[in-house]
Design a protein around this ligand. Structure first.
Ligand code: TYD
Length: 207
């Protein structure tokens, strides 16, 4: 069981993910919690290069290739081994982020970014993807209100960029109704958790 969480910045994903992982473990299933870009030492090193605030001159294709390289290592070294052991893998972001950010927002095209990523993922698709949907304005406000959060290069993008990210996820939602659900992330955290939990329970055949 491979579950991914997607969405724009400041959507509260990380907090919800921790609670969902806790509930699954409470039911006796082992969970591997991971994130992209990152998840393995090599992937984390690539993450540092991508998100470094000094790298403002990074070419969009370089960026897309680095995300895919980081993903490749993550898939091979962490995700697939855990799935083979019957664990539930939960990833904070995966391929859909590349399609929305690099494909749609950066303008590389969702189809080309998808094809390039096939080389990295060999077609590994999540069983369930929770798309945390939020007005970009609200997301940015939430990030700015959180003093503990380190601001990265992508947080510094303009509002129009974040609108295109959201539009990218909307397209993905339409194309992938078999695995992708929209979660209204503007609600109170408790409500969001219950909504997500309902989808996870259903997918795990627990209700
Ligand atoms: P992170 O600090 O993990 O952001 P968040 O808490 O919002 O998940 O930074 C990851 C950033 O990288 C985020 O802005 C989304 C972006 N990203 C891409 O542009 N493409 C990708 O393929 C992935 C995985 C992330």
């Amino acid at each position: 069981m491979f579950i991914t969480f997607e969405g724009g910045e400041g959507s509260g994903k990380s907090t919800v993910i921790r609670e969902i992982a806790r509930r699954i473990e409470e039911r006796g299933r082992e969970v591997v919690l991971t994130r992209e870009p990152g998840g393995t030492p090599i992937s984390e090193e690539i993450r540092n290069v991508i998100l470094d605030k000094r790298n403002t001159d990074m070419d969009p294709r370089t960026e897309a290739l680095l995300y895919a390289a980081s993903r490749r290592q993550h898939v091979v070294q962490k995700i697939i081994p855990a799935l083979k052991e019957g664990k539930v893998v939960i990833s904070d972001r995966y391929l859909d982020s590349s399609l929305a950010y690099q494909g749609n927002a950066r303008g590389l095209g969702m189809a080309s970014v998808f094809n390039m990523n096939l080389f990295a993922t060999e077609g590994l698709e999540p069983d369930l993807t929770l798309f945390f949907d939020l007005e970009p304005e609200t997301g940015i406000e939430r990030i700015e209100a959180n003093p503990d959060r380190e601001v990265n290069r992508l947080d510094l993008e303009k509002l129009s960029f974040h609108r295109k990210v959201r539009e990218g996820f909307e397209k993905l939602l339409k194309e992938n109704p078999h695995r992708m659900v929209r979660i209204d992330a503007s609600r109170h955290l408790d409500e969001v958790i219950e909504d997500v939990w309902g989808h996870v329970e259903k997918r795990l055949n627990w209700r």
